[in-house]
Write a protein that binds this ligand. Structure first.
Ligand code: LLP
Length: 431
């Protein structure tokens, strides 16, 4: 399911030429395919159909209001991690009663806001947090729905910065301690023990870690569900996507479906997990972020200069690490393709941004088609953890975002006016 493809030699997003979008809206520009977003959501929804389930999109991956609206329309809820995110849900027309609130550091004010909005559940990461939620709920004369996040201590085999399910990191409550925590929580008058939650990490490309974690937690959730009359079990997010087609088996064209390349698909995920989860008789929640939106977006950038040193061919583009930080931060791979495909030899290139840091690169020594000033490139699989991790470093405005639907396109975030970057800054009177 991929809304991006070449038609002739032109890169298109659904029925729209990406070059035309770059011309109209300028660069750096995020372009999202609504068909891809919806398609990923619906595939997952269909695969989980044998279960009573709710997909809570992890909006930290992409919180553009239009992206969120398109998922809310399909019946999706959201996994939120701050008051700001919950306010975005409301602004996008989503339903807080389909939202779970995660995160290790919820403030009293955030808890109060979520309770007033009727949040479906707080995913609780520590005992002091349980006590705080109980206290806020008592003050508001409300009963707060909670689920403890269990840390199953399963190594998800992913990048160290995005693994969460082992005792080496700050998330959740250790597997061995969970039963005791529920026993103590059951004595807190303003809590309703609504379920149990886990999340083991992000960008998992095999089904085994999910299977292992679910198998490990099943006896615990079965026991606790009977004792406290749970309504749900959340198995978290983490489904990975294909970033580098060359690493996947099978034909290596980036627009081909992951299924064709033997990658983790909703069908495989469901095939292994549904039989384990169904006997529980609970509602199953999942919190996918990247799987829904990762391959639904790309970042378009313009080539400013080509600089040939004795050793290197630097392609200097107008996007930078402030627009897409993943390569700098996680050494992650993003496929880079030209908007206009042409034949000819490839050149080993470093694609770099204009920011004054050596870490400001998108690829190193990668064979790329020869490009020159004014050509455009697309960084693929940038729909998740792309725009949302953007910053104003070097006083660079946040990029514009466009949503495509068939032959229609709309600007869903205008490029940030440069003066907005310092709009909240003040010069003290003594200067
Ligand atoms: N649920 C919880 C509790 C999470 O912490 C996360 C992601 C998700 C769900 C969604 O995970 P996903 O389905 O997207 O893998 N910035 C990093 C990824 C950080 C993930 C943080 N937590 C990156 O660019 O790879």
């Amino acid at each position: 399911m991929h809304g991006f493809h070449y038609s002739g030699n032109q890169l298109k997003c659904e029925g729209v030429s990406v070059a035309a979008l770059a011309k109209k809206f300028g660069t750096p520009l995020y372009v999202y395919s609504q068909r891809t977003l919806a398609g990923h959501f619906q595939k997952l929804d269909a695969a989980l159909a044998p279960l009573d389930h709710l997909i809570c999109f992890a909006m930290k991956a992409n919180s553009n209001l239009a992206v969120m609206r398109s998922l809310a329309r399909l019946g999706g809820g959201f996994d939120v991690v701050s008051e700001g995110e919950l306010r975005r849900v409301v602004a996008a027309g989503g339903d807080p009663r389909k939202c779970v609130f995660a995160g290790v550091g919820k403030t009293g004010a955030e808890i109060e806001f979520a309770l007033r909005k009727g949040i479906y559940c707080f995913n609780v990461e520590s005992e002091p947090e349980l006590a705080r939620i109980n206290k806020v709920a008592a003050r508001l004369k409300k009963i707060a729905p909670v689920a403890v996040r269990v840390n199953p201590n399963v190594d998800a085999g992913t990048h160290a910065k995005i693994t969460t399910g082992t005792y080496e990191n700050k998330f959740g409550i250790a597997f061995e301690q969970v039963a005791g925590v529920y026993a103590r929580a059951s004595k807190l008058k303003n809590l309703r023990l609504r379920g149990l939650q886990m999340h083991i990490g992000s960008q998992l490309t095999a089904v085994q870690p999910f299977e292992l974690a679910v198998k490990k937690v099943l006896p615990l959730v079965t026991k606790l569900a009977a004792k406290y009359k749970f309504e749900f079990f959340s198995i978290g997010g983490g489904l990975g996507i294909v970033y580098n087609p060359a690493l996947a088996s099978g034909p290596a064209a980036w627009w081909q479906t992951p299924a064709a390349r033997g990658i983790l698909t909703p069908a495989l995920y469901a095939q292994r997990l549904v039989p384990l989860l169904r006997p529980l008789g609970l509602r199953i929640l999942i919190e996918p972020g990247r799987f829904i939106c990762g391959n639904a977006g790309l970042l378009v950038t313009r080539v400013e200069y080509v600089k040939r040193t004795g050793r290197k061919n630097f392609v200097i583009v107008d996007a930078a690490m402030n627009d897409l930080i993943r390569p700098a931060f996680y050494d992650s791979y993003h496929e880079i393709v030209p908007l206009k495909r042409r034949g000819g030899k490839t050149v080993s290139s470093d694609v770099v941004g204009p920011i004054c840091e050596s870490g400001d690169y998108f690829c190193k020594n990668r064979p790329l088609p020869k490009v020159g000033e004014g050509d455009h490139l697309a960084l693929l699989s940038a729909g998740a953890y792309g725009s949302v991790m953007g910053s104003n470093y070097n006083s660079r405005p946040l990029a514009a975002e466009v949503l495509v639907n068939g032959r229609q396109s709309a600007l869903v975030r205008a490029r940030q006016p440069v003066e907005d970057i310092w709009a909240n800054e003040k010069i003290p009177a003594w200067l």
